[in-house]
Design a protein around this ligand. Structure first.
Ligand code: SAM
Ligand code: SF4
Length: 368
């Protein structure tokens, strides 16, 4: 454990709203329904330009994390319902022509899909600025090098506890040691800086906040504390289980002073608010989807493993591109479907609205 040093550096914690004027967009700024542009970038009615595509490549997983999947009984899609590599690459290619610059592969657990390295090579060949992947880390010891060679740039590894027994209780499968070995393998393969996703749940693992901060300081890995979202298959989420990002920052800052990392001048739409340790040893981030929504700068759209385009994690509407792909649609029709989906995006995810309803799909079926 790292011992706190002298706290002489001023604390510059901040609210996201203060930094980039985000939160949710003002509904009054919506452009009229019939004015969707047919050229230029993928834009919604509030002017948000979409440049980031999350592709879920499987709804299956070798883990059963409590906050995501049930222990058993979640029905998986039949193989025929899942997009082929050709279909995924086709949608990605169309998205590229519409100005999408970054792709992240996810799931389910993306590394359990057979020949995932070939898919990464296909996606990388399209010419995105960034190709990344989110994984639970199992399999990386074997796959990190081939993935990097195929064109993967970065990897986020989920790890919610640094205690083996607790890790097992939260994730219900897999071993902490394997995931830590996967992190080392990813670094050896040059997939750096490595990001470590930690979903915090009050009373479960929030006593490890400072342990994870020490881990970030000791390893150079960027630990991102993620607020628990109402996307668990068990529908057990409750607001009282959310550990607010400001609490996370306060606790860490009290021990190791933090300084906000300035976002890029154009307004970095990345959801994580970034902080570096004032003494220069490492960085952490918080993803405050519940308490400080970043819908105002959201630039993401999602492709589910079974071929639905979603404009928000929480949307209850989606666009079926699989039927288009399999029905002989040309690229222009697919592009139009993507445009329409983005155009229909709501100003905010609505988690904090009184009438909020959890979407039908849970996280592993959408792709986080
Ligand atoms: N299986 C991979 C993994 O676990 O990293 C990729 C898919 S997983 C759905 C993507 C991310 O979503 C992970 O970092 C996971 O911890 C996070 N996640 C899953 N359910 C969540 C929830 N209810 N609230 C917040 N984050 C969640
Ligand atoms: Fe699987 Fe990732 Fe969901 Fe855990 S969070 S059950 S590893 S998809």
């Amino acid at each position: 454990m790292v011992i706190a040093g002298a706290r002489t550096v001023p604390v510059v914690l901040r609210s996201r709203a203060a930094v980039s004027g985000t939160g949710t967009v003002d509904p009054a700024t919506a452009r009229p329904e019939g004015t969707m542009p047919l050229r230029g970038p993928l834009v919604d009615r509030y002017g948000r330009v979409h440049t980031d595509l999350r592709i879920s490549i499987t709804d299956r997983c070798n883990f059963r994390c409590t906050y995501c999947m049930p222990e058993e009984g979640l029905p998986f899609k039949a193989r025929a319902e899942i997009l082929t590599f050709e279909e995924i690459a086709r949608v990605a290619g169309v998205a590229r022509t519409l100005g999408v610059t970054s792709v992240r592969l996810t799931g389910g657990e993306p590394l359990i899909r057979r020949s995932v390295v070939d898919l990464v090579a296909r996606i990388a060949a399209i010419g995105f600025e960034d190709v990344a992947l989110t994984t639970n880390g199992t399999g990386l010891d074997r796959l990190a090098r081939p993935l990097a060679a195929a064109g993967l740039r970065r990897v986020n590894i989920s790890c919610d506890s640094l205690r083996a027994d607790r890790f097992a209780a939260i994730r219900r499968r897999g071993r902490l040691a394997t995931v830590l070995a996967g992190m080392a393998a990813a670094e050896d393969a040059g997939l750096v800086p490595l990001k470590v996703n930690v979903v915090l749940i009050a009373g479960v693992n929030d006593d490890e906040i400072c342990d994870f901060a020490a881990f970030a300081r000791d390893t150079g890995r960027i630990v991102r504390f993620i607020e628990y979202m109402p996307l668990d298959a068990d529908h057990a989420w409750s607001r009282s289980q959310v550990v607010p990002a400001h609490e996370v920052l306060q606790r860490i800052n009290a021990r190791w002073p933090l300084v906000a990392v300035d976002e890029v001048p154009s307004g970095d739409p990345a959801p994580a608010e970034r902080y570096r340790f004032a003494d220069g040893r490492g960085e952490i981030g918080v993803v405050a989807s519940v308490t400080r929504p970043f819908c105002g700068t959201c630039n993401r759209l999602r492709l589910t493993a079974d071929g639905a385009i979603r404009n928000c994690l929480f949307s209850d509407e989606e666009t079926d591109v699989r039927s288009l792909l399999r029905g002989g649609a040309d690229d222009a029709e697919i592009a139009l479907a993507l445009r329409r989906c983005v155009w229909g995006k709501l100003p905010g995810h609505g988690i904090n609205d009184p009438g909020f309803l959890q979407p039908a799909r849970s996280m592993s079926m959408i792709g986080g």
